[in-house]
Design a protein around this ligand. Sequence first.
Ligand SMILES: NC(=O)c1ccc[n+]([C@@H]2O[C@H](COP(=O)([O-])OP(=O)(O)OC[C@H]3O[C@@H](n4cnc5c(N)ncnc54)[C@H](OP(=O)(O)O)[C@@H]3O)[C@@H](O)[C@H]2O)c1
Length: 250
Amino acid sequence: MPPDSSARVLIIGATSAIATETARTYAAYGARLFLTGRNGGRLEAVAADLRVRGARTVDTAVLDVTDHRRCQEVVEVAWAALGGLDVALVAHGVLPDQARCQASVADTVAALELNFSSVVALLTPLANRFEAARHGCIAVITSVAGDRGRQSNYVYGAAKGGLDRFLQGLRNRLHPAGVAVVTLKPGFVDTPMTAGVAKSPLFASSRRVGRAIHRAIEARRNVVYIPWFWRPIMFLITSMPEAVFKRLRL
Ligand SMILES: NC(=O)c1ccc[n+]([C@@H]2O[C@H](COP(=O)([O-])OP(=O)(O)OC[C@H]3O[C@@H](n4cnc5c(N)ncnc54)[C@H](OP(=O)(O)O)[C@@H]3O)[C@@H](O)[C@H]2O)c1
């Protein structure tokens, strides 16, 4: 029997194209799923698809992650519904318009809030629950964009980079309790989030990335670049001296 056949899995932002693919892999193994999304109709459509694909049970809760109190409440509801959790995957995010952010404090703060603060609002109760249970895995989708600030998307990059550092500390804190923290760093993925971005051979499908996320979680990896080739690419990009990097139009 596969190791995750009876896994209890919470997925935040389950209507995301990438998260849906990861959920499908868990469903095929007969996992028990608890899904959240802000659009109830789309969430129920995803849940119905996962039931057909073999999930043992699928529960749902509508959650707009900008409501921090509700974030904490939903973590407790999911924990109670499944009698504890083995895996929590946090997947929601938005790609803000960098030019609009530069012109608007409100847009910049909203992007940071959605991509960073709301994730922290979920990770805080999740970490406490998992630490007390001395078991499980917390996985979060950050981005290669968080590895180095670039003029074309540094607001998004700052949020994902901050998240990367937060997860580093959380991993260090939770390791003695036997809880894994997996930092997932996709490169370009063909999803609704990148609908307006010109496609290149560096783009991966949501199916490839979603499956790689499942493998990374099951292997309890620490930091994973998806696909793998982003690790050497980001090594080169982060190795470049600031005196050179600041002159590039990236
Ligand atoms: N696509 C890429 O190239 C790429 C690269 C690196 C990392 N990532 C990261 O991968 C993750 C998944 O993104 P994706 O590519 O799968 O894009 P996606 O399909 O557009 O999914 C984004 C998800 O975030 C949800 N969301 C946005 N605001 C929310 C809110 N206030 N409350 C609750 N949910 C909210 C969306 O819900 P609705 O459906 O209701 O809008 C949607 O389910 C994100 O963290 C993203 O930053 C993506």
